[in-house]
Ligand binder design. Sequence first.
Ligand SMILES: C[S@@+](CC[C@H](N)C(=O)[O-])C[C@H]1O[C@@H](n2cnc3c(N)ncnc32)[C@H](O)[C@@H]1O
Length: 404
Amino acid sequence: MKSPRRAAVSILRAWTKGHAYAENLIERHASRNDLSSADRALLNAIVLGVLRNLRLLDHWISQLRKGKLDDETRDILRVGLCQLLILELPDHAAVFETVELGKSGARGLINAVMRRAAATKKKLFDLEGVPPETCYSHPEWLFKRWKKAYGKEEAIELMAFNNHPAPTIARLNPLVASDFQAPESDLPDGFFQIEGPIPNHLLASGAIYIQDPATRHSVDLLDPRPGERVLDACAAPGGKAFLIAAAQGGGKDLVCTDSNEKRLPRLRENLERLQIKDAEIDCHDWSTPGPGKWHGAFDAILLDVPCSNTGVFRRRVDVRWRLKPADITALTKLQRQIIENALPCLKPGGRLVYSTCSVEAEENAALIDAVLADHPELSLEDTRQALPQRDGTDGAFAACLRLA
Ligand SMILES: C[S@@+](CC[C@H](N)C(=O)[O-])C[C@H]1O[C@@H](n2cnc3c(N)ncnc32)[C@H](O)[C@@H]1O
């Protein structure tokens, strides 16, 4: 059985070399090594802590050791310094356990760096003069982009927000009868924060679903009513389909599609658990036209499109390192195609809500402006935008368009 610290190093090696998401790698390693829940939590904290603080950890490594490092030793030092300086675990454990991770030839170096770090913490924490994108570990191009969009102060606030793990927030399911009383909360109606371990029996019975309050904006704008035929075109894993069905009192008038066949079983399971058993689920790629049977068929369509995810970096810790400027351009093209192919499926007078969890204007307001310019038959009814640095929630954008 591997220790969580050793598993963290293996995961970082695999993460650097491949395209797998950190969360999936953690899950795979934790199951394979049969980790206890405490060890699983430590593994999670270390891997996500390293990925959230990658540039800062490398800055500290450069302060503590001049000269080249092989990739494995660097990952071991990242894991060690994350425990010592980010998670602030006791010095002796962090130093000893980290040295143990190295091959015999590297242990002397690891020991020296870790001991120096433990002895000079105060100096390392003084980040005066270190660029904000290093302190908050974001790629330079993203910081530049956000500075342009929001100004320097807000760009820094956004990066700082992204480095705090998200609280666990759930929504009560009005479709499932349960004795559970949600705790008092300042959150929007139906949402409440879970302190401590997630109550698995409530999840399993479908009484609650874990989701951020920002998810509600698009469905609030869609305002689905009982009896209306609704399409949720990019539906997996089903968070917003749940909100639509909850508003409609069930899923009998709801069609859920997704282009990724592999995501459909999870969508199906989620909806069944949430007692939404009668929604229609289909595989469809909306970069191509919808089938004739859906033309003019829907009162309301939700397009919760694939996006850059820049509003949810605190959850999706990999994305800031994987995303490239060209991806945003490619995504806007796909987003536009999805809108164009979904529009013929609206009934006259029907409404379409476009939504993302991005904070990039190109994927949000600018895209909607371009659609409106090309479609005089559409009018803009309303928009919503949540920005993490202003609203303290995930980032979200939604625009409701009505067909004449
Ligand atoms: C932001 S996620 C949707 C989240 C979902 N609405 C929820 O609330 O749980 C975007 C989804 O769009 C799907 N997708 C990507 N490209 C698509 C396309 N061309 N047509 C349909 N679905 C697509 C992805 O597989 C992904 O499941």
